[in-house]
Design a protein around this ligand. Sequence first.
Ligand code: SAJ
Length: 413
Amino acid sequence: MHKSMKVVMVGLGYIGLPTAALIAAKGITVHGVDVNADVVKTINEGKVHIVEPDLEGLVTYAVARGHLKAHAQPVPADVFLIAVPTPFREGHQPDITYVESATEMIIPHLGEGNLVILESTSPVGTTERMADLVYAKRPELRGKISIAYCPERVLPGKIIFELERNDRAIGGLDARSSEQARAFYALFVKGKLHVTTARTAEMCKLTENAYRDVNIAFANEISLICERLNINVWELITLANLHPRVNILQPGPGVGGHCIAVDPWFIVSLAPDLSNLIRTARKVNDSKPHQVVEQVIRATAGHSAPVIACFGLAFKANIDDLRESPAVVIVNELLARKAGRVLAVEPNIDALPKRLVAGGELRLVDAATAIREADILVLLVDHREFVDIDPRRLSGKTIIDTRGIWTQVGSQS
Ligand code: SAJ
């Protein structure tokens, strides 16, 4: 592997763009590919279409030096990376059509000695499927190219840091593929590079997110039990976590984002009869937003015209991403059930995206207005602006705190 090589990155989203920019910032030529013409245009202006700390600076730098350029189509190169979405379809069945079409896109450009790496979260067997697609159209390349799976495992909000620092599992379809992929990642990753098989690397990624989902489900289930038993769950978890072998995660309004709520289903679909815990965890976490709605509706009982303020719409703290957010599910359900007049506070956006939030009845307001006007304050996201609110300003209000920042240890509200 040498810095004079050329890399094609197919998919310039949350993973593809930061990875392409990081590689390009090392002086390697990266030819980015995206099917969205607006994304291509934005990147070529040195700008970004996603909010992520430090990303814009890196993209501006790489584009200005001519190391990164976005296009609609691939070209011949040394290394081909694929980082496209793998959503699920009806019945929680994995949908790998984007991986298949990205593979079809690069097939005509492949040549002897090339390395092809899939980074998208994928059901076990996808890398082999990719190889089948390649060799069906280009049988002469069998044994002449390397194919590997290397999942991304970066946390939105810390992508650039984690891209460089996290360890990686690298699974080649054969030993040469693994070694070639390892040498490639060594050019820009400072974390350790662990070589395994493609199937193990695929399962590893799914297992990491399913592990987190199961652990959050445990915390969410405990929180519901505590609510019924009138026990402060935050104090309980703090105390339980003092045990040297207990480390319970934080309950919340549900699990959002594009990974943890999706990936466990890939395991369930591969072995439905053996995935009882993983399936149940998904159900527990998916039911949590509706449980919060019931809690809010119970709280409205004493009010003739209740005003409900929801603090936070994003899927987690300090980001502007409202997609797959439990907070959005809760707000929409409160509106649909006409639970009261609903206000939303979301410091990370300027306007409500109409395609996400139903009806015209929702008002986006600042925290001070929400506190002044509302009877019931529902804390849904632990944004730093909400953590900073002096609890004395909330006295006299009914508080439903799904994140434990206003009703922490020792408090009984
Ligand atoms: N959440 C809780 N309680 C917790 C932790 C999280 O309710 O104790 C909720 C969050 O509020 C959010 C959801 O879970 O709604 C997911 O948030 P997250 O911060 O745990 O994870 P993601 O979805 O942003 O990123 C995950 C990461 N996976 C793991 O930590 C195992 C990341 O490393 C992966 O790269 C990413 O998925 C991915 O792309 O797969």
